[in-house]
Design a protein around this ligand. Structure first.
Ligand SMILES: [Zn+2]
Length: 418
């Protein structure tokens, strides 16, 4: 009984007091916001200690933070200021105690994030800093203890706590109301939006050597930008210009805001059968072309969940595919571009059979911007993983996209659609 009381007091009273004391003490050490000035993370680990699973971050200094718990599926999210993460990435299988896996990365500028997948409903038991390190290199150890609870108990347990100095990051800017883009004048460069899949706290697929899809897609996107812009005919924008999470909705909104005439989302997949390799091209559809395409769309549409976003508070689910009349014409245009792209890719890289497939990809949902998603290949295939990391491959993809875009816009001009 006594133990229980102490435990509860620690949970509900002492912990916040300790936190405010610690945070207060180190308040002066907090850096001004800005890249490079943030705390340095040197290690992260998970350990099971009886009923408690402990998540630990070793840092060079204390930092303000926020912890919250999400459901569907159960996740514990730790928000931090923008940190530089020098710790080893979590092992492919970082499971321990109640933790199935965890990942980290930039969630938005000024806000790094750790997302911890848990197997059951959990309660936040304790969270505090401990002095660590050595006299030469003093550090601060952030400790978060979680405990498994029943779904009933979960209903009344606190889902969110923040240290006193935590400042909520600015919410995502609401999308601008759709205004029709100014008519394009002859000779204007065509605007193309390239979308490097995943980013920040969402690594995407993980390759055989541990490489992240998000890094591959970013490098390819930059190669495509260089290639298209070198012709003088295109202005190419990227949906992200650094390793940061961007929601699926914001990706296509950015294309609309920029009055882009094409949107190309770049991805790379993994699959159980390690022999399978080759690229494929996808466009939006209510009905999937096949089971594989449907499964792939489901996987890619999980990006927001992976990044620790609470979808239950969003008014409309971006992943639900309802196609408007306006979208039909855009979908036809997307299919034309996909056809050109498949032909060009076939000359330069290996392709899957039935290369052009369709399914309900949330990132392709713009009603106005013709959009395709390219799966560049499989990171689960040893040869293809190596290829996907090569400059030669990036050049081939860039050339294919350039040629397909040229064909697509030629056709558009021929049909007098400006
Ligand atoms: Zn992907």
């Amino acid at each position: 009984m006594l133990v229980m009381t102490i435990r509860s007091s620690i949970r509900y009273l002492l912990a916040p007091v300790i936190i405010s004391a610690v945070v207060g003490l180190f308040a002066q050490a907090f850096p001004a916001a800005g890249a490079g000035a943030g705390p340095v993370i040197t290690k992260a680990r998970v350990g099971a200690h009886g009923e408690i699973t402990r998540f630990v971050i070793e840092a060079d200094r204390a930092f303000p933070y926020r912890i919250f718990i999400l459901t569907n599926p159960y996740r514990v999210v730790v928000d931090l200021p923008e940190v530089s993460w020098r710790a080893e990435p979590p092992k492919l299988n970082a499971a321990a105690g109640l933790v199935a896996n965890y990942r980290y990365g930039l969630f938005r500028p000024g806000n790094s994030r750790v997302v911890i997948d848990v197997n059951t409903p959990v309660a936040i038991e304790r969270h505090f800093f401990l002095a660590s390190g050595t006299a030469q290199a003093p550090g601060q150890r952030f400790v978060l203890d979680i405990r498994g609870i029943t779904p009933v108990a979960f209903g009344t347990t606190p889902k969110s706590i923040a240290s006193p100095k935590w400042k909520a990051p600015a919410p995502e800017r609401a999308a601008k109301p759709a205004t029709p883009p100014p008519p394009r004048r002859k000779g204007d460069r065509r605007v193309v939006m390239i979308d490097p899949g995943h980013g920040g706290v969402d690594p995407g697929a993980i390759g055989r050597t541990g490489i992240f899809e998000k890094h591959i897609t970013f490098k390819v996107a930059k190669a495509v930008k260089r290639k298209l812009e070198a012709t003088g005919r295109y202005r190419v924008l990227l949906t992200r210009n650094r390793d940061v999470y961007v929601s699926l909705r914001r990706r296509f909104k950015r294309a609309e805001d920029a009055a882009a005439e094409l949107f190309v989302s770049l991805h790379a997949d993994t699959i159980k059968n390690r022999k399978i390799r080759g690229a494929s091209v996808y466009t939006l559809s209510e009905k999937s072309s096949d089971k594989e395409a449907e499964a792939l769309a489901t996987k890619e549409n999980r990006a927001d969940v992976i990044a620790g976003v609470d979808l239950s508070t969003q008014s409309d689910d971006v992943a639900s595919i309802l196609i408007s009349l306006r979208q039909r014409n855009t979908m036809d245009e997307s299919a034309h571009f996909a056809r050109f792209l498949v032909k060009q890719l076939a000359r330069n890289i290996s392709l899957l059979r039935n290369t052009h497939r369709f399914a309900g990809f949330a990132v392709l949902k713009s009603p106005d911007v013709p959009s395709v998603l390219v799966e560049l290949g499989y990171l689960s295939n040893r040869k293809e993983e190596k290829l996907l990391r090569s400059k030669k491959f990036r050049q081939r993809v860039a050339l294919s996209i350039l040629r397909a875009a040229d064909q697509y816009f030629k056709r558009k001009e021929r049909l007098n659609r400006s």
